[in-house]
Design a protein around this ligand. Structure first.
Ligand code: NAD
Length: 286
């Protein structure tokens, strides 16, 4: 039987409906959740991601502002802008769209965002909280992946989750979140020898290598749940994932499409984190 498709698009739409009602209630209590996005330079992909985030804010009633800065801005000037936003009480979430121009150190910029407004969940303090299983702003893509798995009640406890990719924004944190859910986690990466040996054991396979159709039916175990994080642009301009969807769906139990899978969930989780921040929760108290 072909796999059940987990539509991130549909789940994100459902969550946005719930968040819209929540934002309206907050508005009634005089709270207006606000996200500020900083976009440096003219990278077309970054521009399109920022546009998507702004649109999603509009749909849920979250106030949003995009600050567009020239790629010639100095690191110091950018840090000063961030500090002003840290001090501005009407701003609940700050997101600096990555990548940044080469002369600006990304980690320095991430470190400058107040952990209490770090709705991307990239600040080392929030990563530390995630690792210790303390309530915090979870990084949006891994948070979206876990939410998709849970939406289908896919068993995680004691199951073997294999991650292809070990980046700081996807691979490493999604493995940590699966570990927090009592899965047994294996990380694979570009230096892994005999990748299939690991992927064929996976009950849950997360593909985040950024290589089009890299995962095929030979990589997976019958009945595995396959989450495709990859976003790759093909020669015809269309987007595709890391997984050969048509072939793998015949063998998997669940599969996510690209587009319409993890991407929309990443944005939904950003909104969720912004609302969490606006509610003024102490992340340590949950
Ligand atoms: P990255 O380039 O930082 O990391 C890629 C990882 O894949 C690395 O850890 C590398 O070791 C591993 N890798 C590369 N080739 C491999 C191979 N042959 N075998 C095993 N491992 C290999 O990328 P990233 O930022 O983690 O993003 C990964 C993909 O996910 C990209 O396509 C990116 O566009 C996409 N992405 C999607 C979303 C979303 O919202 N859907 C969010 C972030 C990233």
């Amino acid at each position: 039987m072909p796999a059940e498709i987990i539509s991130g698009k549909d789940l994100a739409a459902e969550l946005k409906g719930q968040m819209k009602a929540e934002v309206s209630k907050l508005n009634d209590n005089g709270i207006s959740p606000q996200l500020t996005v900083i976009l440096v330079g003219n990278n077309p992909a970054s521009k399109s991601y920022v546009k998507g985030k702004k649109k999603a804010c509009n749909e849920t009633g979250i106030d949003s502002e995009v600050i567009e800065l020239s790629s010639s801005i100095t690191e110091n000037e950018l840090l000063q802008k961030i500090e002003a936003l840290n001090q501005n009480d009407s701003v609940h979430g700050i997101l600096v769209q990555l990548p940044l121009p080469e002369h600006i150190r990304e980690q320095k910029v991430i470190d400058a965002i107040s952990p209490d407004k770090d709705v991307d969940g990239f600040h080392p303090v929030n990563i530390g909280r995630m690792m210790t299983g303390t309530d915090t702003f979870l990084p949006c893509t891994p948070y979206g992946i876990i939410t998709m798995l849970k939406s289908k009640n896919i068993p995680l406890k004691g199951k073997h989750a294999v991650i292809i990719g070990r980046s700081n924004i996807v691979g490493k944190p999604v493995g940590q979140l699966l570990l927090n859910e009592d899965a047994t986690v294996t990380y694979c990466h570009s230096k892994t020898e005999n990748l299939k040996k690991y992927t064929q054991q996976a009950d849950i396979l997360i593909a985040a290598a950024g290589k089009a159709h890299f995962v095929n039916e030979g990589h997976i175990k019958e009945g595995a749940a396959v989450i495709d994080v990859g976003i790759n642009r093909m020669e015809n301009g269309k987007l595709t994932g890391d997984v050969d969807f048509e072939k793998v769906k015949e063998k998997a139990s669940y599969i996510t499409p690209v587009p319409g899978g993890v991407g929309p969930m990443t944005i939904a989780m950003l909104l969720k984190n912004t609302i969490k921040s606006a509610k003024g929760l102490d992340p340590l108290e949950g």
